[in-house]
Design a protein around this ligand. Structure first.
Ligand code: B16
Ligand code: MG
Length: 211
């Protein structure tokens, strides 16, 4: 393997609680039930697809324009919360693993569904760290479609079979598998039937990826 493509939210940083808080405000404002369990289904899923999942519990049908306004409002609240994150939110484990893999000669990339990827990377001090950043602003189909990872591989000039995708979401492992990538899955993603390497923590990558 030549390269490693990291999912962002849930792997490199942990903004899922901010997604939860922002969606919760939207759901409350329209009287739709929303809890952590529903939030778990939104991992790796694009903003509009996330809204469709939340609205499964709504009695009212929303037009595309109404949905666009709700999604925009959610994003405004989410970005306000992102304003508070900083380099202090990058863990020592993540920093050390990235540095060691870079030292071992692997190309490193991001493959995230988030349209806020660049801003989050800037906030945590990784703006210029990766060889390629493929994100929600560049794709038409979100995970479980492999487009975001195929784009990352293309930017790295690598074939999928030479790349490992690191994910925390079932949709992400599914996308990696459909695209012909190897995958390492953490948390729920470790249980996917097509995950190549179920891992407990990010530093397990240092055991999988040779020196
Ligand atoms: P945004 P990832 C994903 O990031 C999140 O897991 C998911 O919960 C979110 O809906 C999606 O990004 C879109 O985010 O609203 O910022 O464009 O896990 O693919 O890094
Ligand atoms: Mg994720």
């Amino acid at each position: 393997m030549n390269a490693i493509i990291f999912d962002l939210d849930g792997v490199i940083c942990f903004t899922d609680h901010y997604h939860f808080l922002a969606w919760k405000q939207i759901a409350d404002s329209i009287g739709v039930y929303f809890d952590e369990q529903v939030n778990d289904r939104l991992r790796g899923v694009s903003r509009m697809d996330s809204l469709d999942i939340i609205l499964e519990k709504s009695k009212i049908e929303y037009s595309l324009e109404e949905k666009r306004i709700l999604a925009e409002e959610k994003n405004k609240r989410y970005v306000q919360l992102l304003n508070h994150i900083s380099t202090a939110d990058l863990s020592d484990e993540v920093k050390d693993v990235l540095q060691e893999l870079c030292k071992r000669g692997y190309k490193l990339a991001i493959g995230s569904s988030s349209k806020n990827t660049k801003y989050i990377l800037k906030q945590i001090g990784l703006e210029h760290y990766f060889d390629a950043v493929s994100d929600g602003t560049m794709i038409k189909k979100s995970k479980p479609d492999p487009e975001v990872f195929l784009k990352a591989a293309e930017m790295l000039q690598e074939r999928p079979e030479s790349c490992l995708v690191v994910e925390d979401a079932l949709a992400g492992v599914e996308a990696a598998w459909r695209g012909g990538f190897f995958s390492a899955g953490m948390g729920e993603a470790a249980t996917h039937k097509h995950v190549t390497f179920p891992i407990k923590r990010l530093s397990d990558l240092l055991i999988i990826m040779k020196e």
